[in-house]
Design a protein around this ligand. Structure first.
Ligand SMILES: Cc1cc2nc3c(=O)[nH]c(=O)nc-3n(C[C@H](O)[C@H](O)[C@H](O)COP(=O)(O)O)c2cc1C
Length: 169
């Protein structure tokens, strides 16, 4: 599948089949995250794989994950992130998001559905998964095989025209 086909194929999946994600597929998804670029190549990340029924119950205390069989919590390590010298801005959110993006597209390429979750309660997530203070959960990537009756949400088709987003100076 070429890249634009993959991009066009992806939509947020919020209805999953009750089929676990195989270990080989999970490993391929994680590998895509491993090789993603990060600022100054610091790789300041921790990916928490949640697949067990116990883990999925814990994550459900913090976020709605649509009964998916797999969730990847992508956390930024504030002790390792790169900071811009001019204003101290840290790139933890950016690094975590590019890693999440790589894994999301790899998952879609491998035939899975995904939905990116930021609507979670960080303190609950940190407590449930014993994340130390230096780790900030940034994204949850939920993944699994889409249910046969999965349909994209209408919002998937609502994108602004390029002229609303782009300015040529
Ligand atoms: C940073 C980010 C955070 C998101 N958080 C949530 C979320 O918490 N819950 C949810 O159901 N969808 C979430 N989404 C999915 C968006 O709602 C979805 O991508 C958007 O509506 C466009 O639809 P599409 O992904 O089907 O193209 C998030 C997406 C992004 C990129």
């Amino acid at each position: 599948m070429d890249f634009m086909e993959l991009v066009a194929k992806r939509h947020s999946v919020r209805k999953y089949a009750a089929k676990p994600v195989e270990k080989e597929i999970l490993d391929m998804i994680l590998e895509a995250g491993r090789i993603a670029p990060t600022a100054s190549n610091r790789q300041p990340l921790r990916i928490t794989v949640v697949q067990s029924s116990e883990g999925l119950l814990k994550i459900k205390k913090a976020a709605k994950i649509f009964d998916a069989p797999l969730a990847l919590i992508v956390s930024a390590d504030h002790e390792q992130i790169w900071r811009r010298s001019y204003d101290g801005k840290g790139t933890g959110d950016i690094d975590a998001s590019i890693v999440t993006t790589y894994m999301m597209f790899r998952a879609v390429e491998l035939g899975l559905g995904t939905v990116w979750i930021c609507h979670f309660e960080p303190s609950v997530l940190k407590a449930e998964f014993d994340l130390p203070d230096n780790l900030e959960p940034v994204n949850i990537l939920v993944a699994g095989y889409a249910a046969v009756d999965d349909e994209p949400n209408p919002r998937h088709f609502e994108r602004k025209e390029l002229d609303k987003l782009v300015r040529y100076e």
